[in-house]
Unconditional design. Sequence first.
Length: 287
Amino acid sequence: MVKVLLTGATGMLGVYVREALEKTAHEVTLVDRTKFDLANPDAAYDYIMAEKPDAILHLAAETDVDLCERDPQRAGIRNHLATASIAKAAEKCGAWLLYVSTSNVFGNGGTFEHNELDLPAPANYYGRSKFIGEQAVRSYCPLNHLIVRAGWMIGGGRTGDHKFVGKLIQQISNGTTALKAVGDKFGSITRASQLSDFIVWALDSRYVGTLHYASEGTITRFNIAQTIAEIVGKDVSVTAVKSSDFPLSAPRPFSEGMRSIYAPLLTSAPQPGNWRDDLASYVTTFL
């Protein structure tokens, strides 16, 4: 039996991973948030050394992009220093470490779609803090880690989705007949339930390296909104607007689209599909 330590168990992805792990024989420990705090990297190290897990699934992070921009120290502590402490502890106790990163490590290099061989160039403090967190994992836990970069995460379902997709479906359900969505910023989607299945596969396989896990296709939120309106089957008009119409604290990259050159080689692993199919599969859970 493998002793697995899971951080971020209450987040969108964490809920799916926790449910997926319940179907396995692994001994799963959810971190005690009174003792494990990303704001206190030394305490995170001590907590892991006391638990001595065989594997760590590190999903917790400061993911508020605009808050990270307004408070880069918070981003640095929670996404860099805490991750470094977790990686140090993982190496010390011999644990395999999985770190969930983000497509936001890209976007400032002028490339439209990024694979694992492309060099990160973050456009904001959130992306920088996550990228430096990646570097810490590689430095302190060099031979026993997997970094998974996810795209725009979708999931949570009818009761738990408070992000873009969930809000759009709620607006349509409430009778909205006109929607606006940004059409000049590009990215890729990652369905959280698919990623959770992959994480369990990676845990069992002890896969190592850096991997992009996102549905095929680089798209805009306008494309997502149009597709949702089609799937829901309501008479809803969708208008593409500029990102400048929605001023935010953090600059968003022109494109953080991703594809993987390695995932297709993992023939036994759960694979994402085309973005339209993956989005449609998720949206139908609301209907």
